[in-house]
Ligand binder design. Structure first.
Ligand SMILES: Cc1cc2nc3c(=O)[nH]c(=O)nc-3n(C[C@H](O)[C@H](O)[C@H](O)COP(=O)(O)O)c2cc1C
Length: 262
């Protein structure tokens, strides 16, 4: 619960009340079959308006942020050495020079710099918990076109082929707490992240996955990490919907506190 959700709920409630109110009046003038056709059309329009337009907006609109401002917040005491690893589409893609031409699920921009969703979450965790931060980079970049990237991601998954990574990779054994932040790709984790994790012997090692997604939540990604790495994962996994990232700093601090890592 925050002001944004109160605002959203009030707006939807007022729309629904208005809709019911208009229907009560319309019943007097439109009768029989026509009334039900009008009712159906109004329902479809309302659904598209409430859910469809924000979706389109999220897809094409670049969210303007001030990274240094939004990543800062409450510091959480975490004992031991902390590493935050992340993988984002931004940083692994050669985007054309005009970043306004870039589309995709809610890309963030600070002045002229694009910021990936997982990258922003990782920066927030890093600000809250301290320690080191590491970006997973693939040797070959993904296509600038969002749809093309989804197809490459699908192919990697179907062929169970992890892309080659830029080294050197960090020494996970040097750390007590390892956060792994990744975007959900095709209901699971990207093969680049899978390949990164498989580089290590993680049996019994604790890692803390954090997932960002376009509505799919953690989906099958956590089960896959468990099965393929044997790592020990926390009971509660934090997943952050892409549009909620700019305001996620407090949720991240609250999650870290619940984890009791001090
Ligand atoms: C190849 C690909 C596949 C995706 N598959 C899913 C999916 O199955 N479910 C979902 O909710 N979001 C999916 N998304 C959306 C991303 O998870 C979401 O936009 C995420 O916040 C992007 O993070 P990033 O900017 O760090 O790459 C996909 C995105 C890409 C590029």
């Amino acid at each position: 619960w925050n002001w944004r959700s109160v605002h959203l709920l009030s707006a939807v409630s007022v729309l629904v009340l208005l809709f019911v109110h208009l229907l009560c009046h319309a019943r007097r003038y439109i009768r029989g079959r026509k009334f039900f056709i009008a009712l159906g059309a109004a329902f479809v329009l309302a659904t598209v308006g409430i859910f469809g337009l924000p979706y389109l907006d999220r897809w094409f609109h670049q969210v303007k942020v001030e990274k240094e401002t939004i990543i800062q917040g409450e510091k959480i005491q975490v004992s031991g050495r902390v590493l935050t690893v992340y993988f984002s589409r931004v940083g692994n893609t050669d985007f054309p020079p005009g970043v306004d031409a870039v589309s995709g699920a809610s890309i963030m921009k600070d002045k002229e710099t694009l910021i990936g969703n997982a990258e922003m979450i990782a920066a927030m965790i890093h600000d809250a918990a301290g320690g080191d931060i590491y970006a997973i980079r693939t040797k070959e970049k993904y296509p600038a076109d969002y749809g093309a990237t989804t197809r490459v991601g699908r192919k990697e998954l179907d062929e169970n082929l992890a892309p080659a990574l830029v080294g050197p990779l960090p020494e996970l054994a040097d750390y007590d707490v390892v956060f792994v932040v990744y975007p959900l790709w095709w209901h699971t984790l990207p093969m680049a992240v899978q390949g990164f994790l498989e580089h290590y012997d993680l049996h019994g090692k604790s890692i803390v996955p954090v997932v960002t997604h376009g509505g799919g939540g953690i989906s099958e990604s956590i089960e896959k990490i468990k099965e393929t790495t044997g790592a020990h994962l926390p009971g509660e996994i934090l997943d952050i919907y892409s549009s909620d990232i700019p305001s996620a700093r407090q949720d991240i601090a609250a999650y870290l506190k619940r984890m009791k890592l001090d």
